[in-house]
Every structure is written in structure tokens, then in C-alpha cells.
Design a protein around this ligand. Structure first.
Ligand code: ADP
Ligand code: MG
Ligand code: ZN
Length: 613
């Protein structure tokens, strides 16, 4: 019914629009148009030709204008032809023309046949207008995401994607998340089982976790498992230029979803619209309206019908509390960074898609990638496959995988970077400094690989340490050992070359960060007890921190951090001084080979020192 009314309105609007258009055309455009047409048919000629024709008596019409004379000649066969000639200062002209009494003065030449006239002045404009109307308004409608005549009603796309083709088998390692989601799938399969007993299933579940941990993938897997329609929309798609459009989209989405129930509505990156509303005047009206609409819709529909709303975000702390209360997104499903077993499983899932040599040691790769997300692991497998192709092999092997771990961590090798021998030496001593300090401390992770091949990330070399197993806790001793290892590179430079370089900047950054965390968050310092001096502001995106203490305390924190790093640095210097022979030997070995493995390193370190020459 509403649509009918709209339709009539549009038709009336169109008629008025085209009538006005035609009038304007006729008043302004048509005269000019027909003048131009007449002009085109006119032949230029000279004045004497004109006089001759007048005397002959074949001129039927004359129009005298400011600088020119236009006239019409009819020949013996009755053909009409228009001419124009320039005007001369000829006072006799008028009387001459009068002698041929049949000549008509100043007649309009702009004469067309009746039919052409009608076509040009009425039919053509209407056709042009119809075309214009369509192009203009259709285009605009698309732009506004709605109908140009009725703002606020969005012609929401069909978001539904019936089958995503993903199942829980495609998701590895997220066992807790999968378990929580399986219940939702079961509910969608068999809603009556739950409603019979009177249970309300959660209306919404919020997937939270760092980027690339498979939140989007999990939602797709739920849809695939449940075999129900899957409405997927990203939070940013609600954000529109006009206030009210986002809210209209939310309304539309939920309307479609209730029609298609049971189904899943997935809102990715919900923090775009779900940010905390603040009391500021002149806040973002559009975003707040959208959020309010979302809150209303979530309250409005019947949970027993089988519409489940999933949302994903990596900034849960920024969400509006109203979104998180029971009855809305009351379930929080964490998608954390995978642990060792999880990483191995993810590698295996993705390895199925590429051709690999047999007996690949995925565990070794998983151990070397502590802290990597699922997306990074998927990327490692793909990089390995690309490397195999580059090297002309048809199967991926272990070395492809190892190299691609480094590519993902440190970037590609810069084979043609030109580094002077002197600098290479410094880099070699620096890296061996790290490795040696690590190896001589019992709480440090074993050395896996040392290389001085520069990388595109800017690293000139690096020492890779890989833990034997998975570590969930960090002891104070391990933390100190790590800081000592980080200072090992610079210590070697100081010890051997008696100077220092900018190459240690990344080490310094990491050591400071860890020492600071020991003081402010882990309670591992001597001068502070178990006091939280810093709080993490966004857990999943880089873990920025905010200081929560007085300026005086902040100054003491800095002192404490400095003293931790200083004593670690001194310890590293001691270790290197005691092992200076090994330092020389290993550094030269590395200079020679450019890349050495942990085994080669340990072998040289453990063999009896030859007497110094
Ligand atoms: P986000 O958490 O940022 O939404 P995605 O779900 O988009 O991450 O994950 C990106 C890609 O990473 C996926 O397409 C998949 O290939 C891979 N991935 C992430 N986590 C896993 C996992 N647990 N199992 C298998 N693949 C994963
Ligand atoms: Mg995502
Ligand atoms: Zn270093």
C-alpha cells in the first residue's frame, strides 16, 4: 500500500517536472535551435546577385537586418532557396524592392513543417527528460543507498549468503570458541529442544581477540555447520553520510533476518558502531542513532525464533556497556592467539591446501612462531609454497617453511645490499654477542639460528631463539635473562670495538619495554611491591599502556627501569669478557658462513678451547 502511494507521488512529480521542462525548452532553446537550422540552409552570396534576382522578380521574401540581408529565391521549377548577403549603404534599395510589389518584408524565415515542429518542440524534450530523469535519479539513488524520493528507507542489499563453505574443520586450535559456538549451531538445528524446556538461548555472542585469530572464520564456520542463511555485514557499512541511514540499514537487516529465521546475523568489526556513547555535545549523531537502533532491534525480536547475532571485535573495552548486558551480546567468546598445539594444528590445516614433502616437522615451525596469529601462520604456509615455486620445485620442503617464518618475522632477504666488511664484522660480533650471552644463562631460550643476511624490514642480522616447549608464565629470572640477552649485542660491540652503533636500537626498545613491564605490571622490582602502576588500554591491539601514578612515582619507575637494564648490561659484559675467545671464534665463523644453525653454534661453543696463539 505504502509503495503504491509512493508510486503515484512519483508519477505526479514526474509530470510536473516534465511540463516545466518543456516550457523552458520552448521559451529558450527552441528559437535558437530553429534559427540555427535556418542558418545552416542559407547560402552566402554577393550584393549584385541579390539585385539581379530582385530585378528578375524571383525574390519572394526579404529580411533586412543590421549588417545583412537575407532573402528567399524561388526558381522556375518552384524550388525555394535562402540566401544571405552583406548589407550595402544603398538608399534606393527600398524603392527598388517596392517596384516588385509581391516581395514580403521582414517575414520570419524560421519555418518548419508542422510535424517537425511538433516533434522537436514536444516529443524530443520529453524523451530527453525521461532519459535524464532515469540517469540522474537512479544514479543518485544508488549513491544514497536508498530511494531518492524517500530518504530514510534504505534498499538494503541482500546480505544473505546461503552457504559459506566453511566448517569447524577449517578452524584449528580454537577449541573453547568452537565448543561455545557448537551450542549455537545445535540451537539453530533444533530450536524446539531448547524452547520446550523454557530456556532462552543467548541472542548474541561476541567474538573477541587479536586480529587474525580467526573470528571472521569462526562465524563463517558456524553458518556452514548450521546450514542456515548467513547475513554478514561489517560495522563500517552502517556508517553513512546522512544521519538516519545507518539506523535504517539496521532496521532493514533485522527485518530481513526475521523473515529468513532461523539464521545468523554476523556483524564484523562491531566497534565501528558500538563505541561507548560519551556525554559530549555534538557527538557523532549518526553513529549513536545506529547504535540505538541496534540496541532496540536486539531487544525487539523474539529469541526463540532462531535469529542468532554474532559480532566480532578486537576492541572489546571500547564497546558501549549497553551492548554487553544480558539479553544482548551476553556471551563473550575469546579467540586468543594460538598456543603451541594450536599453531601446529593451524599449520596442518593450511598445509592440506598445498603439496608438501612427506615428514615435514610442523612442530619445529610451530615452536619457532610463538605469538603468531592464525592469519600469520596461513601466510607462512603460502610464502613457503611461493618459495618452492620460485626455486622450481613441485613440493614444499622444510627449508621453505623455515625461510618463510623468517620472511614473515623479518621480511625478505636483501641479497644485494652492499655492506662494508667493517660493518659486517660489527654485525657479526653483535649477533654472536646475543647468542653467547643467551647460551651462557640457564634461564634463556636456546639459540636456533644466527644470521647476518640483511632483511627488508631493516634488520641487519638477527639471532633466533626457540623455546623447547610452550611457556605460559614468565619468571623473574627469565625476564632478566631476556634483558641480559638483549643487551648482549651492544656489549659485544663495546668490548671488541670499544664503541657503539645505532644497530642496537631495536634491542634497546625491547629491553626497556620488558623492564618497564617488570616494574609497573609484574611487581618484579625491588622498590615497588605488588602495585599496578600502569594499566593496559587495548589488550588486543599492541597493548598500549596508561600510567596510573603520581609524577614522582613515574620518575622512580624510570630510575628502577634504568637500574634493571644497567645491571643486565653489566652482566652481559661479564659473560662476554669471560668468553672472549669463543666470541672471536664464533664471530669469524659467522662472518664466513653468514648463517649458522643452533647446532653449529653449540658445537663450537662446547668444544675444548684451543690454546690461544
Ligand atoms: P580475524 O580474527 O581478524 O577476523 P580472520 O578470521 O579473518 O581473522 O582470519 C584470517 C585468516 O587467518 C583466515 O582466513 C584463516 O585462513 C586464517 N586463520 C586464522 N585463524 C585460524 C584458525 N584458528 N584456523 C585456521 N585458519 C585460521
Ligand atoms: Mg575479521
Ligand atoms: Zn641486537
Amino acid at each position: 500500500m505504502k509503495d503504491d502511494k509512493n508510486y503515484i507521488k512519483r508519477i505526479i512529480g514526474f509530470i510536473v517536472f516534465s511540463l516545466i521542462g518543456v516550457l523552458i525548452l520552448n521559451a529558450l532553446v527552441m528559437p535558437a535551435l530553429s534559427k540555427a537550422q535556418t542558418r545552416a540552409q542559407t547560402k552566402e552570396t554577393n550584393y549584385s546577385f541579390f539585385l539581379n534576382k530582385v530585378d528578375e522578380g524571383s525574390v519572394t521574401q526579404v529580411k533586412i537586418e543590421n549588417n545583412e540581408i537575407r532573402f528567399e529565391v524561388v526558381d522556375e521549377e518552384g524550388n525555394r532557396q535562402l540566401y544571405s548577403t552583406s548589407k550595402m549603404d544603398d538608399p534606393d534599395l527600398v524603392s527598388r524592392l517596392h517596384e516588385h510589389g509581391e516581395i514580403i518584408f521582414n517575414e520570419s524565415f524560421e519555418q518548419n513543417s508542422l510535424l517537425v515542429n511538433f516533434l522537436v518542440s514536444w516529443v524530443l524534450p520529453i524523451v530527453i527528460l525521461i532519459v535524464l530523469w532515469n540517469v540522474l535519479f537512479k544514479g543518485m539513488a544508488k549513491h544514497l543507498g536508498g530511494n531518492a524520493m524517500s530518504f530514510g528507507k534504505s534498499n538494503a542489499k541482500i546480505y544473505v549468503k546461503a552457504q559459506t563453505g566453511k566448517t569447524f574443520d577449517d578452524v584449528a586450535g580454537q577449541d573453547e570458541a568452537k565448543e561455545a559456538l557448537e551450542e549455537i549451531v545445535d540451537f539453530l538445528h533444533n530450536p524446539s529442544k531448547y524452547s520446550d524446556i523454557g530456556a532462552d538461548l543467548p541472542k548474541g555472542a561476541l567474538l573477541v581477540g587479536p586480529p587474525g585469530t580467526g573470528k571472521t572464520l569462526l562465524a563463517q564456520a558456524v553458518a556452514g555447520e548450521a546450514e542456515v542463511p548467513f547475513f554478514s555485514i561489517s560495522g563500517s557499512e552502517f556508517v553513512e553520510m546522512f544521519v538516519g541511514m545507518g539506523a535504517a540499514k539496521v532496521r532493514d537487516l533485522f527485518k530481513q533476518a526475521t523473515e529468513k529465521a532461523p539464521c545468523i546475523v554476523f556483524i564484523d568489526e562491531i566497534d565501528t558502531i558500538g563505541k561507548k556513547r560519551d556525554g559530549n555535545l555534538g557527538g557523532n549523531d549518526e553513529r549513536e542513532q545506529t547504535l540505538n537502533q541496534l540496541l532496540t532491534e536486539m531487544d525487539g525480536f523474539d529469541g526463540k525464533k532462531g535469529v542468532v547475532i554474532l559480532a566480532a571485535t578486537n576492541r572489546p573495552e571500547s564497546l558501549d556497556p549497553a551492548l554487553l548486558r544480558p539479553g544482548r551480546f551476553d556471551r563473550r567468546i575469546p579467540a586468543e592467539l594460538p598456543d603451541l598445539a594450536g599453531r601446529e594444528a593451524i599449520l596442518q590445516v593450511h598445509a592440506k591446501k598445498v603439496k608438501m614433502e612427506e615428514n615435514i616437522d610442523f612442530n619445529a615451525i610451530a615452536r619457532a612462531t610463538a605469538g603468531a596469529s592464525g592469519a600469520e601462520l596461513a601466510n607462512i604456509i603460502n610464502e613457503a609454497a611461493l618459495r618452492a615455486v620460485r626455486n622450481g620445485r613441485s613440493l614444499v620442503n622444510q627449508s621453505d617453511l623455515e625461510e618463510s617464518v623468517e620472511v614473515v618475522i623479518a621480511g625478505y632477504q636483501r641479497k644485494n645490499a652492499v655492506i662494508s666488511q667493517k660493518e659486517k664484522e660489527i654485525i657479526a660480533y653483535h649477533e654472536i654477542g646475543h647468542a653467547l650471552v643467551a647460551a651462557k644463562q640457564k634461564d634463556a631460550a636456546p639459540v636456533h639460528k644466527i644470521t647476518i643476511i640483511p632483511r627488508t624490514s631493516g634488520a641487519l642480522g638477527y639471532t633466533m631463539q626457540v623455546d623447547e616447549g610452550e611457556k605460559f608464565l614468565l619468571t623473574k629470572e627469565e625476564a632478566l635473562a631476556r634483558i641480559t640477552t638483549l643487551t648482549g649485542g651492544r656489549s659485544a660491540e663495546e668490548l671488541i670495538f670499544n664503541s657503539c652503533t645505532s644497530g642496537a636500537s631495536n634491542d634497546i626498545e625491547q629491553a626497556t619495554k620488558l623492564a618497564r613491564a617488570m616494574v609497573t605490571r609484574y611487581g618484579m622490582s625491588d622498590s615497588f611491591d605488588m602495585i599496578a602502576l600502569e594499566t593496559i588500554t587495548n589488550q588486543y591491539l599492541g597493548g598500549d599502556t596508561a600510567l596510573a601514578c603520581s609524577p614522582e612515582t613515574a620518575a622512580r619507575i624510570d630510575e628502577e627501569v634504568n637500574s634493571i637494564v644497567r645491571s643486565s648490561h653489566e652482566k652481559a659484559m661479564d659473560i662476554l669478557r669471560e668468553n672472549i675467545d669463543k666470541l672471536h671464534e664464533l664471530a669469524h665463523f659467522l662472518l664466513d658462513k653468514e648463517t649458522i644453525t643452533g647446532e653449529e653454534f653449540m658445537e663450537i661453543l662446547n668444544k675444548e678451547t684451543e690454546p690461544a696463539v
